[in-house]
Design a protein around this ligand. Structure first.
Ligand code: SAH
Length: 474
């Protein structure tokens, strides 16, 4: 984050605008909307600024900028076409700790102004950190289209009732639950259809009828977050991520996905890296129970699918035992995600009629798997957690009858910008692992389908544009 977003109260406070042209006028118009006391320093004023001056909306100092002008204001905007003047104003303001913006000159700014969607009292500010104002405006246009103007009126209604609701519900979680139910009810519909009086009446009734101390029931959402790319989340996963009170997550959940969880949800990290479990599984199970019993909506976010090598079953067993409500949301498992993004169909009529997902995690250095069943022709075998034991896995597959030339793919951090794929064969994999460094999470795909990658590869994480071109979409 290059800039820290804040909303600044400048009501009745002095703001200085240096420059009197069209650009300055745009800024002055915003400052006036925020009810600040605006002074414009400029020998001349644009027609619009002159009108506002005549209407008594601003003070005009009709001369060039002087150093002493910087003494008063809480905010400075420099919009002259003389860079030296802008620079001088910026330096003086920054030396005094006064926030300053120089229009179209990021190097001289201590703050930048966002694109704004104004549904007062609701304000949405969009910034690309100066990277692309055009992109910010495009996003704004989209939001303008999909956020009804009535949201502003809804915000105003809520504001009128805030104190009443605060007095009724002393518990923050209960208060939030009340507002969530109200804002998704006929109260909001009434506002949207222009019936504010009825909406206010309905809201008052809802407050009167609500139990001020309800038995607030917690719930656990066991949610699959997919293999890494946030675009692969399900709608339901996203909805629950944005409504939870607390998130319990582990290492496999990518930062890009964690970003999408409700901002003020509490975050609890529980591990796990191989051999150094941050929290024992039993403790995680108990943690979920405890949080839910506190009345919280608990998001247990897991990489991939929670029921595929995710110990999701164990986690909800205890919840079921304790009578705690829960729901399970499937996710795209690593095998599906990595195979797709590596251009390897897991089944194919000509090569493979079956696909097996198996854990390659070695207990005490040995793998206790049904090797004869795994080492079958016309079958794809996907090893999860197999990186550490890969040489053993390959030896066993060969030892149980698969040709040593059977192709193998290693996919590291599949579906993310760090995806790396290397192709080997059962008898060269050990050597490949010596020459390439791989980090977890890495998936191993064994079977003839791997050879299709050469033809079907489409995802190039280093060239996001190329991905689509290769895939023939554009
Ligand atoms: N529940 C998860 C699997 C958890 S087991 C799922 O359904 O995907 C952890 C193993 O999954 C890792 O050791 C690795 O083999 C595999 N894995 C998970 N995410 C991966 C990714 N983005 N890229 C490659 N392998 C991944």
């Amino acid at each position: 984050m290059d800039f820290f977003p804040i909303f600044f109260d400048i009501k009745q406070k002095p703001c200085l605008v240096i420059g009197g042209g069209e650009v300055a006028a745009r800024k002055v118009s915003l400052l006036l909307k925020a009810h600040s006391t605006v002074t414009v320093v400029s020998p001349k004023l644009s027609r619009e600024l002159a009108d506002w001056h005549e209407e008594g909306k601003l003070t005009h100092i009709a001369r060039d900028f002087e150093d002493a002008d910087i003494d008063q204001p809480v905010l400075v905007i420099a919009a002259t076409d003389n860079r030296d003047v802008n620079k001088r104003a910026s330096e003086l303001a920054q030396a005094r700790g006064i926030p300053v913006n120089v229009v179209d000159d990021p190097a001289l700014c201590s703050f930048i102004t966002p694109s704004i969607v104004d549904r007062s009292p609701v304000q949405i500010a969009i910034s690309t950190g100066g990277a692309s104002p055009v992109l910010a405006r495009m996003i704004r246009t989209k939001l303008e289209g999909c956020i009804p103007a009535a949201y502003g009126r809804l915000g105003a209604l809520v504001s009128d009732f805030r104190e009443k609701v605060k007095a009724k519900f002393t518990n923050v979680d209960q208060r939030r639950a009340f507002w969530e139910s109200v804002l998704d009810s006929t109260v909001a519909d009434r506002v949207y259809s222009g019936h504010e009086d009825e909406a206010a009446e309905a809201l008052q009734q809802a407050i009167d009828a609500a139990d001020s101390n309800p038995k607030f029931k917690g719930e656990v959402y066991l949610v699959g977050a997919g293999p890494g790319d946030p675009d692969l989340l399900t709608f339901r996963a996203l909805r629950l991520m944005q409504s939870c009170d607390v998130m319990v997550y582990d290492r496999l959940v990518s930062p890009a996905i964690r970003e999408l969880v409700r901002r003020d949800a509490e975050l609890i990290y529980v591990g796990k890296a191989r051999d150094k479990h941050t929290m024992q599984q039993e403790n995680i199970n108990e943690l979920l129970v405890r949080l839910a019993k506190e009345g919280k909506r608990v998001l247990r976010l897991k990489g991939g699918d929670p029921f595929i090598f995710g110990r999701g079953g164990e986690e909800i067993e205890l919840l079921a035992q304790e009578g705690i409500p829960f729901q399970v949301v499937p996710g795209i498992t690593a095998a599906a995600g990595c195979a797709s993004y590596a251009g390897i169909p897991l089944t194919h009529r000509d090569y493979s009629q079956a696909c097996v997902f198996v854990t390659g995690h070695l207990k005490d250095g040995t793998v206790d798997l049904n090797w004869p069943a795994l080492a079958q022709p016309n079958q794809t075998v996907v090893f999860y957690m197999g990186l550490h034991g890969a040489p053993t896995l390959c030896k066993e597959m060969i030892g149980h009858g698969l040709p040593p030339s059977t192709p193998v793919a290693l996919v590291q951090k599949g579906t993310t910008p760090d995806q790396k794929t290397v192709i080997a064969t059962l008898d060269t994999l050990e050597e490949t692992l010596r020459t390439h460094t791989f980090e977890p999470p890495t998936l191993i795909i064994v079977g003839e389908v791997v050879s299709l990658k050469e033809k079907l590869d489409w995802f190039n994480p280093e060239d996001p544009q190329g991905q689509a071109v290769k895939a023939g979409r554009w």
